[in-house]
Design a protein around this ligand. Sequence first.
Ligand code: SF4
Ligand code: SF4
Ligand code: SF4
Length: 283
Amino acid sequence: MIDEKKRKQPGIIPLRGKGRVAVRGKIPAGVMTAPQMAAVARIAEEFGDGTVGLTTRLNVEIPGVDRRDAGAVAERLREAGIEAGSTGAALRSVVACKGTVCRHGCCDTQGLARAIEERYGGCSLPWKLKIAVTGCANNCGKVQLNDIGIMGRRLPAFGAGECNGCGACEKVCREGAVRVVDGEARHAEENCVGCGDCIAVCPMGAIGVAAKGVRLFLGGRSGRVLRAGVEADGLVGEDEALEVVGRLLDCFRENGLPGERFGEMMERVGRDAVFAAAGLRPR
Ligand code: SF4
Ligand code: SF4
Ligand code: SF4
């Protein structure tokens, strides 16, 4: 069932104590400015119990607020540039790993998460929908456990320059997808996860970039039901990923039943049909 009360007042979460709520503030890509942090601390002292919680979706929650003050807290958060939300039947806060600044990052995770938030953030849907963006195969964002998972990939192109057989690529590759044989690097594509680490360490510039983009995983979830998302074939450019997400949200809006998760809709409507609606196909 869709909780209409939460839909009307996004970001308000009832707590155990009678009349007490927590107010959830959305933090795009989990990055706040220092003045925003100071503002949240002041609001927590003024309206809450003086503590601030951090959620698994990188949001802040101010607990111990009198239900009657929830609107005022949401307004004070808004003044600090933070929207109350990420509750109810809507697109929840988009999670991003720190791939934008991480040395392993193969895509601008925070930029993509912010772009998704700006275009689709909080939009109404048949039920909650979670998106996570992770920058590489290390998968700090655990993207397969989200309704839509997005993972950065950088595929190497061996032979782009002269190889001196130094073995740096073989050493860095944790998948054993590259071996130096007779003084030359040989790549086993079937074992490669597209982390791009070999490209970064090659002192000769002998490894180019064959393809760069993101891979999508659809229909995952965690919680009472655990389900890994189904991987899509091929890579999608970061700009195109924004459009693909829009098509997937449209598909969910058009086909999802109230209270149904995206993965359940996929099973009912058919996996291939849902992938096709977004211009994708399962791997
Ligand atoms: S998933 Fe990769 S890019 Fe993101 S934080 Fe982890 S190691 Fe860095
Ligand atoms: S991209 Fe990563 S997995 Fe693939 S060969 Fe290079 S280091 Fe190994
Ligand atoms: S790191 Fe570059 S130069 Fe060294 S073996 Fe690998 S491809 Fe050749």
